[in-house]
Ligand binder design. Structure first.
Ligand code: URA
Length: 235
């Protein structure tokens, strides 16, 4: 791929703007030698104003999503992209969330520009657990775990029962729920189905991956070892 297109695709500007950066001598190799738009150079050797390029396409990252951020590119309020380097919003292929978390939900959000990886993460065949910690408005009655594990619980306006899910009680109004599928507003609707109401919702893990000290609003790129952890023993 031509250097101009490669750099424009990473969100550094339109092709015209990137051409201009070449003309201004802002694009160099690692030794500071000015590069030209038709040079053939490895991604890792390119510098813009002395800085290494953002990672090449094929990334996956984990973001600890705070409340009040929307999983969208163009909502009017705070967006998950506001927590990432500004160029990440303009990358091609696009960097997309792997599934969505509600605006008020906190915790682990995966994002990738790799369509095959995204499909593999969300595919039921991968059987990746999603773990949520909830704070509830009402005390747990004691029969919710059995209802969630039954494989017969129906959500309102759906015609297919939920797959069995595990409930781990952490306190009178606090629990962890482990899901093996992802339906719209699933956790909130499950607790509504047993007469309760979710006050706060936090996703603590997906597959074998945990936030492991990543603070709210922070993100990090996943490497091959992280992906192996995500998919457990499948890799
Ligand atoms: N279930 C929900 O209800 N909301 C989320 O954000 C995720 C799962």
């Amino acid at each position: 791929m031509k250097l101009v297109k490669h750099i424009a695709n990473l969100g550094y500007g339109s092709r015209k703007q990137v051409q201009q950066m070449f003309r201004q001598g802002l694009v160099t190799d690692a030794d500071g030698e000015v590069l030209y738009a038709d040079d053939v150079v490895d991604h890792d050797a390119i510098r813009i104003e002395g800085e290494a390029l953002d990672p090449a396409p094929g990334i996956c990252l984990v973001l600890h999503k705070p409340a009040a951020y929307t999983c969208s590119t163009k909502d009017s309020g705070r967006l998950i992209y506001d927590l990432l380097p500004h160029r990440f919003r303009d990358r091609s292929p696009a960097l997309s969330p792997v599934g969505r978390l509600d605006r008020d939900t906190t915790g682990m959000l995966l994002m990738t520009d790799d369509g095959a990886l995204l499909h593999r993460i969300v595919s039921p065949k991968s059987r990746l657990d999603k773990r949520y910690v909830v704070e509830l408005a009402e005390d747990l009655r004691g029969d919710e775990g059995a209802a969630f594990a039954s494989g017969t619980l129906m959500l309102e306006s759906e015609d297919k029962p939920l797959l069995p899910a595990e409930l781990i009680v952490l306190g009178p109004r606090r629990a962890e729920l482990v899901l093996h599928e992802g339906r719209y507003h699933q956790v909130k609707r499950m607790f509504a189905a047993v007469g309760n109401h979710v006050l706060t919702l936090h996703r603590s893990g997906v597959g074998g991956l945990r936030l492991d000290g990543l603070q709210e609003g922070q993100w990090r790129l996943l490497d091959a070892a992280d992906l192996q952890q995500l998919f457990g023993s499948q890799d």
